[in-house]
Design a protein around this ligand. Structure first.
Ligand code: NAD
Length: 362
């Protein structure tokens, strides 16, 4: 098993270090290799996704990714910005299915901005299509960009498009995931206004006929954004396009209290995957040692389960995370009165301690 470790920028390096520490406790044979990505790679090699990093990612069975980006790169031409590294990895590795579970841990019910009764027991899965939609259309406005901006320009536009195979394969992923859960899929679209999403909806219905045991319903994205805060437990599996999924999955993340808690997996058709926290590089807290590493640690658990076929090891990490939360340890983003505030490193150490059954501090 080979794991490519791509920490990236900002808090990326801090949180990935904790996840690697946790992986190293497991009695598993795997090889890891670390490479630069994002702004760090741009600084060293003039490109956010250098050939050497892409080669390593392609050869690995799985990629553990931190986060990329910093406001200081906003002036760069778009293809050189750190975030392009993620798009490049998704495209080159064919990572089309993004799984973002939003689970509300019992101990963190109070950290949510919603009333406890609305989110206690929340367990939803947002499946976001990753390789199509407006992020990969033809951004023709780009041709006139100067330093990534449009001084004096009269218009700029991006093109939204989906192909039939792209929608079909994500539909199958959603229906199959629903079969392992409560057999309900909500497809989120904007079919009332956008042709691309009428096409999406038609294909969802077509593919759905192959899964008569799974209930399919449809919701417009504006309504879905509202329902997610009004009655989030009404959802189970939500499948949607790249842009709507980007937004709704962050909204769902916040329902659970902190974006610092939520892992994600992006898989291709051979189960090779990129695993990363749902949040970004958090430049506002980078270097302070206060970032929550749990989303990355839980992403490493997803990696073991989905790409490396090590479900038991994944369970071990997830139970350790539950026990540090039960012991009252909290990074600042999930801190509440009566709990113990810990740093990024202390949280990682506590997970390791819980896995090795030594005493947990706090
Ligand atoms: P962000 O997710 O980085 O941060 C949003 C807020 O959440 C900030 O206040 C931050 O401090 C907090 N936060 C995020 N992760 C946290 C953690 N683990 N623990 C505690 N608090 C945490 O989003 P942003 O501020 O909009 O973007 C910052 C940079 O990250 C931008 O350059 C953006 O493009 C990039 N970004 C990268 C990815 C990625 O690498 N996959 C995803 C989203 C944003």
């Amino acid at each position: 098993m080979k794991i490519a470790i791509l920490p990236g920028d900002g808090i990326g390096t801090e949180i990935v270090a904790e996840a690697v520490k946790v992986l190293n406790v497991l009695d598993l044979q795997f090889e890891t290799e670390t490479a630069l990505v994002g702004g760090a790679a741009y600084e060293a090699h003039g490109h956010p996704l250098p050939e050497s990093t892409l080669k390593l990612a392609k050869e690995a069975d799985a990629i553990l990714f931190g986060a990329v980006g910093d406001w200081k790169y906003d002036k760069l031409d778009r293809p050189l910005r750190p975030e392009q590294a993620i798009l490049g990895l998704r495209k080159n590795l064919g990572l089309f299915a993004n799984f973002r579970p939003a689970i509300c841990y019992e101990q963190l019910v109070g950290a949510s901005s919603l009333k406890p009764e609305l989110i206690a027991g929340l367990d939803i899965l947002i499946i976001r299509e990753l390789t199509g939609d407006i992020y990969f259309g033809q951004p023709r406005g780009r041709r006139t960009a100067v330093d990534g901006h449009f001084p004096g320009a009269e218009e700029a536009f991006d093109t939204m498009r989906y192909s039939r195979p792209e929608v079909e394969r994500i539909a199958h992923v959603a229906f199959q995931a629903a079969r392992k859960r409560s057999k309900r899929v909500t497809s989120v679209d904007k079919a009332n206004v956008l042709e691309t999403f009428q096409f999406w909806k038609d294909i969802m219905i077509e593919v759905g006929q192959q899964y008569p045991d799974v209930e399919l319903d449809h919701m417009y994205v504006d309504n879905a954004a509202m329902q997610l805060v009004k009655a989030p437990k009404k959802f189970d599996v939500v499948v949607t396009g790249n842009m709507f999924g980007d937004i709704l999955s962050d909204e769902a993340a916040m329902l659970t209290g902190s974006i610092g808690m939520l892992p994600s997996a992006s898989l291709n058709s051979s189960n090779q995957g990129l695993y990363e926290p749902s949040h970004g590089s958090a430049p506002d807290i980078a270097g302070k040692g206060i970032a929550n590493p749990l989303a990355t640690i839980l992403s490493a658990a997803m990696m073991l389960r989905f790409s490396l076929n090590q479900a038991e090891a994944a369970d071990r990490i997830e139970s350790a995370v539950q026990s540090v939360l039960a012991a009252g340890l909290r990074t600042v983003d999930i801190y509440s009165e009566g709990t113990t505030k810990v740093s990024t490193r202390e949280m990682g150490d506590a997970v390791v301690a819980a896995m090795t059954k030594t005493t947990i501090k706090g």
